[in-house]
Design a protein around this ligand. Structure first.
Ligand code: FEO
Length: 177
């Protein structure tokens, strides 16, 4: 049986991960409008990843005999000032998600829910990567400044990103990859 306090926080996290998915999808639409297909691709792949983050919690709550509660997903912003502004917001957002995950880990420890603590370690590691990715691209965009050529090159580079379902929630054969 899943601890009640942990269950409540996990349901909130399902909502937070789906909000992250919406946020990245809205950013992808913004980049499409700006004719930056590589940045649109990168944020679209991130939308898919965030969906699997939500589904991993969904599956876990079910597996532990808990009650999944799906709540309304907040509407994400539609416009940003620049590509750099998008990645500044991504970096801030991922730091916020890291704090939510850390809070969940704290709760699992307080409630002596070792199985949940073990499952949450996947997200702890994932958040290190999420923050690092955002910081890396934010740094590139800072250096690029107003250079159209620099932005073109970065956009080309980010067009290579492909979706890999590391959670195995959509494709079980790729779990942990
Ligand atoms: Fe699901 Fe970007 O953290």
């Amino acid at each position: 049986m899943l601890n009640q306090k942990v269950e409540k926080l996990m349901n909130e996290q399902i909502n937070a991960e789906f909000y992250s998915a919406f946020l990245y999808l809205s950013m992808s639409a913004y980049f499409e409008r700006m004719n930056l297909p590589g940045l649109a691709n990168w944020t679209y792949v991130q939308y898919l990843e965030e969906t699997t983050h939500a589904l991993k919690f969904f599956k876990y709550v079910n597996e532990r005999g808990g009650n999944v509660r799906l709540a309304t997903i907040k509407e994400p912003p539609v416009e940003w000032k620049s590509p750099l502004h998008v990645f500044q917001e991504i970096y801030k957002h991922e730091q916020h998600v890291t704090a939510l995950i850390n809070n969940l880990v704290d709760a699992s420890i307080q409630e002596k829910d070792h199985a949940s603590n073990n499952m949450l370690q996947w997200y702890v590691a994932e958040q290190v990567e999420e923050e690092a990715n955002a910081q890396l691209i934010m740094g590139h965009l800072e250096r690029i400044g107003e250079s159209k050529d620099g932005l073109f090159m970065l956009d080309k580079e980010l067009s290579a990103r492909t979706f890999n379902d590391a959670t195995g929630t959509i494709n079980p054969t790729t779990a942990g990859a």
